[in-house]
Design a binder for this molecule. Structure first.
Ligand SMILES: Cc1ncc(COP(=O)(O)OP(=O)(O)O)c(N)n1
Ligand code: TZP
Length: 524
């Protein structure tokens, strides 16, 4: 029997049909739109009616050569000669179902936890429905949503097996790109498909809705799994690229949208001007879509997070992803409170950062590690093996990670660069980390603009060299700090800050090339 293409898995729900649209009309339009599997899900129907619906659906699906799966009911699945059955955790166990069903009959099972995925693998399920990714109006959930970032570990548990995986719950064309990028495991295991109910069934145009979902899925599947393949630059080439991007910031004068904290707002705006970019500090959710159009990158800094600013941050990152603008996340003090932790998790379940920067305490909290403690927004130690930590985190979050400290570690998940410039005064003033966030956002904005325009759908940026951009931003601020600290007019932290801003503005690319202390860690 042909293997099933799980790409776009429609789960039906007659209760969601828009007024005036019949069930079979909607199903046929969804099939015309490119649905690749159909599951009949009838929760309130008696057996006779379920059977009738299943027979009609089977005839239609056969015409489009699309396999049909029946939710819960093995008897109906057998009666209509469906391709398979979808079981829940409290339905018939897989081994019992297997004995009742003919050879080759497909069995799928819903999984909400890692343990359930492991058990599904042991029981030789054909596929798992990872449920529910997000909250949904379609079904009353009995478990908390997994979230985009919870899917990766589940997919990793299927490494080396034949078990296919689809995600379900709250999936729409508007959040599918985030789902596809954020769900890929650190081992590069991605989803085989997405299961959708309301975004197709409740639509007046099920064909258009299905086409949209499928085209995004296919585009993302190509681009999210291309972790390798880019040319590997030498250390010198990275520094050259970094200064090209530095020049790019000065000539392009990118607009950098920043949602930052109230402590550092002014100095962040000034350091942005000093590198040659233009800051726009704005937090209102109402203007996020417009600003994503207008600006060249976004910085989200949670230093003085409030429940109302979260709405702007959720919408801001989401709009920037949609507009293919880089997003830098600075999870300031994320370990300090449950509110911050939950908020960062929520942000990362909705949008994909291009770069995450933080000190050891912040990145440990973000990764759920207890290795490094923090006192408020400051770290109280470091990692035993920062190189492995930063590489793993970059792999997990699928973005550039910059771990700041006496040595700065920057990784794209493959390589790790160690940067050793910077004067100790940098660590003594408030907000130097936040200023670095502004510099990274400015450099990423230029890198994205300089990238060859890539029209492929399914990408969250234009594909700039964000590793070199991050290296360039760190070198700019740290090398400038070395000049600022030795100036005669600098007597302490009060005079250091304005001198630092001046030195950033005056720094020349050739000075960076001459003074950069960049090493590369051995590959793991
Ligand atoms: C593909 C897919 N995944 C998960 C589910 C949910 O199934 P279940 O847990 O059995 O809940 P109900 O659908 O019966 O409410 C699914 N149907 N399809
Ligand atoms: C059946 C099911 N199981 C978990 S979530 C869900 C419903 C998903 O519906 P929607 O795609 O409309 O969010």
């Amino acid at each position: 029997m042909d293997p099933i293409d799980f790409s776009l898995y429609l789960v039906t729900d007659r209760g969601l049909l828009p007024q005036g649209k019949s069930y079979l009309e909607s199903l046929e339009q969804a099939l015309l739109g490119g649905v690749t599997v159909v599951q009949i899900r009838e929760k309130k129907t008696d057996t006779a009616e379920f059977l009738e619906i299943a027979l009609q659906s089977k005839a239609l699906c056969d015409r489009y050569k699309v396999p049909l799966i029946i939710n819960d009911r093995i008897d109906i699945a057998l009666a209509v000669n469906a391709r398979g059955v979808h079981l829940g955790q409290s339905d018939m166990p897989i081994d019992v179902a297997r004995k009742l069903l003919p050879k080759g009959f497909l069995i799928g099972i819903s999984c909400n936890t890692l343990d359930e995925v492991r058990r599904a693998r042991e029981s030789q399920a054909d596929y798992v429905g990872l449920a529910s990714v997000w909250d949904t109006q379609t079904k009353k959930l009995t478990n908390v949503p997994i979230g985009v970032r919870g899917l990766g570990v589940m997919l990793e548990a299927l490494d080396g097996s034949e078990v296919r995986a689809v995600a379900i719950g709250g999936i729409k064309s508007t959040n599918l790109i985030r789902l596809m990028h954020g769900s890929v495991s650190a081992t590069n295991h991605g989803l085989d498909g997405v299961a959708v109910v309301s975004d197709i069934v409740a639509s007046h145009d099920p064909k258009g809705a299905a086409q949209m979902l499928k085209s995004i899925f296919i585009a993302c599947k190509k681009s999210t799994l291309s972790f390798d393949g880019e040319p590997r630059l030498s250390r010198e080439e990275i520094i050259d690229k970094a200064v090209t991007i530095m020049d790019g910031v000065r000539s392009l004068n990118p607009l950098v949208h920043q949602m930052t904290n109230v402590v550092v707002s002014n100095q962040s705006a000034n350091i942005t001007l000093a590198v040659g970019a233009s800051p726009i500090m704005a937090t209102a959710p109402e203007e996020m879509a417009d600003l994503a159009e207008l600006s060249d990158s976004l910085l989200v800094n949670i230093g003085t997070l409030r429940a109302d600013s979260m709405q702007g941050m959720l919408k801001g990152g989401y709009s920037a992803n949609a507009g293919r603008k880089p997003v830098v996340l600075d999870p300031v003090g994320v370990g300090a409170s449950e509110f911050r932790k939950a908020s960062v998790k929520e942000l990362l379940d909705i949008w994909q950062p291009t770069v995450i920067k933080g000190n050891a305490g912040e990145l440990a909290a973000l990764a759920g590690s207890i290795e490094v403690a923090a006192k408020g927004v400051d770290s109280t130690g470091g990692f035993k093996d920062p190189v492995s930590f930063v590489r793993q985190l970059a792999r997990k979050e699928r973005c550039i990670v910059a771990l700041t400290g006496e040595t700065d570690y920057i990784s794209d998940g493959k390589r790790v660069l160690l940067l050793k410039n910077g004067d100790p005064l940098l660590g003594k003033i408030t907000g130097s980390g936040c200023m670095l966030g502004s510099c990274i956002s400015s450099y990423c904005a230029a890198a994205n603009t300089l990238a060859n325009e890539d029209h492929r759908e399914g990408k969250l940026t234009r594909g700039g060299d964000f590793l070199s951009a991050t290296v360039g931003a760190v070198l700019t601020l740290t090398i400038a700090s070395e000049f600022a600290a030795t100036r005669e007019d600098v007597h302490g932290i009060g005079t250091f800050l304005p001198a630092l801003i001046d030195e950033v503005a005056a720094l020349q690319p050739e000075t960076i090339v001459r003074l950069a202390k960049v090493e590369e860690a051995a590959d793991s």
